[in-house]
Unconditional design. Structure first.
Length: 325
């Protein structure tokens, strides 16, 4: 991994979805799905993005790739500001950036064969035609450990794990350098999850890929990621090296997440202190003032309601947003 070269920079990214009501469609509010997120992804690394459902992880990934046009903030890919590009310029940039979607059942067109699904990017950019597409698709299927003879089959003829491999082959078709993996294993059986993660690691080593790996399975994130960012209600609360995060979690939310990971050893599990958060996650339509986590935080004080915590480095490459740390 090359630590010096940054491939993606996200600067104060916001994505608010407007809420309309009434016959005249008057705007009455907005869902603050992503609300001021900043981080960098270095070339060749895997940055894990974790948090509970609805915290804005997937929206962050899609907004980075400009599938959603951000409300505010900047996204730089190799010094190019993606938010300022026009549609055709952005289309050409997609050769460098791809996405593996969460649901392998919904992300593949049931009316298209594997040849059409995996070969569509090649046709869209005019990189291959006719027999060249067949050869390239067969090559990609071998890369993801699928039989090239499956080229004429339809998605319904495959299992969930095989469908996700087809999605990975489609993402690799353009030889991208950056891939957003949007919970690529959450819809798969546990026995298949490890196979898909190992495949992603092998492809990364072979082609020098850079991943943003979105997930809520903390044990799997530790396995595949170099650094981990923890997200809560549209903001990142902690970011550091994976081993440092698991050894020394500083933010109360990170500590609660890690205490919820199941442990196979019953003796160690019984001795461990479990942090159970009280209450529900606040609505992203009307997030709390100050610190987003204060309504559920066991150590929250008056300053937490008055002032938003500063994003600061509290140790070597260990960033956290908390007044009490």
């Amino acid at each position: 991994m090359t630590n010096s070269e940054v491939i993606v920079t996200v600067d104060n990214l916001k994505m608010h979805f407007p809420i309309y009501r009434g016959v005249i469609r008057r705007k009455v509010g907005a869902v603050h799905a992503v609300d001021g997120v900043s981080f960098q992804v270095k070339k060749g690394e895997t940055l894990g993005l974790v948090g509970e459902s609805g915290c804005g992880k997937s929206t962050t990934g899609r907004t980075i790739l400009q599938l959603y046009k951000p409300t505010a903030g900047k996204v730089y890919f190799k010094d190019t500001d993606l938010t300022s590009l026009r549609s055709e310029q952005m289309r050409l940039m997609r050769r460098e950036m791809q996405m593996i979607f969460q649901d392998p059942y919904a992300s593949l067109n049931p009316r298209m064969t594997v040849r059409d699904i995996v070969g569509e990017p090649l046709m869209s950019f005019g990189l291959a035609s006719g027999k060249q597409i067949d050869e390239r698709v067969a090559e990609l299927l071998k890369l993801v450990r699928l039989n090239p003879d499956y080229i004429g089959r339809y998605p319904h003829e495959f299992s969930g794990g095989q469908r996700q491999r087809i999605g990975i082959a489609r993402a690799l078709a353009m030889n991208p350098s950056f891939i957003v993996c949007d919970e690529p294993i959450s819809a798969l059986d546990v026995s298949i999850q490890a196979q898909v993660v190992n495949l992603l690691e092998e492809l990364q080593a072979e082609f020098g890929l850079t991943y943003l790996f979105i997930a809520h399975d903390l044990s799997m994130v530790r396995h595949i990621s170099d650094r981990v960012a923890v997200m809560y209600l549209g903001v990142i609360v902690e970011l550091t090296d994976r081993n440092e995060l698991y050894r020394n979690p500083l933010h109360p939310y990170t500590q609660a997440l890690l205490s919820a990971i199941p442990i196979a050893d019953p003796v160690f599990s019984a001795a461990r202190h479990r942090q159970v958060l009280e209450g529900d996650v606040p609505s992203p339509v009307n997030p709390p003032s100050g610190c987003r986590f204060r309504t559920r935080c066991p150590i929250a004080g008056p300053i937490c309601a008055e002032k938003q915590p500063e994003w600061r480095e509290v140790g070597p490459n260990h960033y956290v947003a908390c007044h009490k740390v």
